[in-house]
Design a protein around this ligand. Structure first.
Ligand SMILES: Nc1ncnc2c1ncn2[C@@H]1O[C@H](COP(=O)(O)OP(=O)(O)OP(=O)(O)O)[C@@H](O)[C@H]1O
Ligand SMILES: O=P(O)(O)OC[C@H]1O[C@](O)(CO)[C@@H](O)[C@@H]1O
Length: 329
């Protein structure tokens, strides 16, 4: 049997539906191995400010189905500076923490790597972000829910677009990754998906787009036209694109930014199941002595990957982009 440890857990970066399910799995699994669990609050700020609470089975009862994170999340600029890292490392030592579980995105894992230079305890990551932009896991916790949320919204926008015979530019999240746009676009039957991964030359792309929208109106195809656009994918905003489309096609165009609604809501089954498996796997790996790695699911297998590789291009998304490009020809 492994030695009893004092395990810290925190959620960092953009909150994602299913983070609570991951906290629950980490806590229950750790307790079953006689470890103690301490939840640090508001991401790395909790380490720096020594703001934590001990977690027991009761603390994680009735949370598997809740969005957000009971530990709260944040971005913590101090982690980019040595002073902040030293403070975080000192808190961990002061609280006699043996191991830290970081639930977050690849930025959070960079923070974990930086922290490891000042603290010798074990650190393990669990991929939690709606963006699904982390190498080493086919899916991240929150992605399944975000897609369903975006899809529900786009379906509703289609209704009004159809009624008014309008063109709609719908902007979805993803930071620099277009996978939410691609999957929600595909599932909603959008006429266009706009994201960096699918655009080689923006002016050329826009020119062709204006012609296609115009042709669609003229050939009486569907009376509505929906473009799902990833944030940050063009040099113009969704609103500006809608204005350009109105000007070029003569058809009334509108934009809608889905925004933070995509981060909220009850996690769908896929996210709860993923989070639960990854939470248990994280504790299993800590028991076995793992350090400096993220747990993930690749081709239905539980795997670990060193933090330094989690920002590399994700294979699953790369394959998906290749297929979309092929089908669009
Ligand atoms: N290079 C770095 N060095 C030290 N700490 C970092 C670094 N990058 C990120 N962090 C820490 O991790 C936190 C979260 O990172 P970031 O804002 O990139 O979100 P993320 O974890 O990638 O999640 P998401 O993409 O879902 O928002 C940062 O606020 C910071 O505290
Ligand atoms: O909450 P903030 O800091 O505005 O961050 C928004 C970003 O966070 C995410 O929701 C998750 O990374 C991105 O999709 C988005 O670009």
């Amino acid at each position: 049997m492994s030695h009893s440890k004092r395990i810290a857990v925190l959620t960092s970066g953009g909150d994602a539906p299913g983070m609570n399910a991951a906290i629950r799995a980490v806590t229950l699994s750790a307790l079953s191995h006689q470890h103690q669990v301490f939840g640090f609050l508001s991401g790395y700020n909790g380490l720096i400010n020594e703001h934590f609470t001990e977690l027991n089975a009761a603390s994680v009862t009735d949370i598997i189905h809740r969005g957000g994170t009971i530990l709260k999340s944040a971005r913590c600029p101090q982690m980019h500076h040595t002073d902040g890292l030293l403070q975080a490392a000192n808190s961990l030592r002061k609280c006699h923490i043996d191991a830290l579980v970081v639930i977050g995105g690849d930025g959070s894992f960079k923070g974990a790597q930086a922290l490891a230079e000042h603290w010798s305890g074990q650190i393990i990551g669990i991929p939690g972000t709606i963006d699904n932009d982390i190498n080493g896991s086919d899916e991240t916790i929150g992605f399944h829910t975000a897609i369903d949320t975006a899809l529900g919204c786009i379906d509703k926008i289609r209704d009004t677009a159809q009624a008014f015979e309008r063109t709609f530019v719908v902007e979805v999240m993803g930071r620099d990754c277009g996978i939410i746009a691609m999957e929600a676009g595909l599932a909603s039957g959008a006429e266009q998906i706009i994201c960096k991964e699918l655009i080689d030359d923006e002016p050329q792309f826009l020119q062709k787009l204006y012609e296609q929208v115009k042709a669609n109106i003229n050939n009486d195809a569907g009376h509505s036209y929906v473009l799902v656009m990833a944030e940050h994918s063009l040099s113009i905003s969704a609103e500006q694109l809608a204005a350009q489309l109105t000007e070029h096609s003569g058809v009334e165009s509108r934009s809608a930014i889905l925004g933070y609604v995509q981060r909220g809501g009850a996690p769908v089954a896929g996210d709860r199941i993923l989070a639960t498996q990854l939470g248990c796997s994280a504790i299993e790996h800590l028991n076995a002595g793992a350090d400096g790695v993220m747990v993930g699911v690749v081709n239905n297998q539980l795997k670990t990957l060193a933090f330094e590789h989690t920002s590399d291009t994700q294979q699953r998304n790369r394959d998906f982009v290749a297929r979309l490009k092929r089908f669009r020809r």
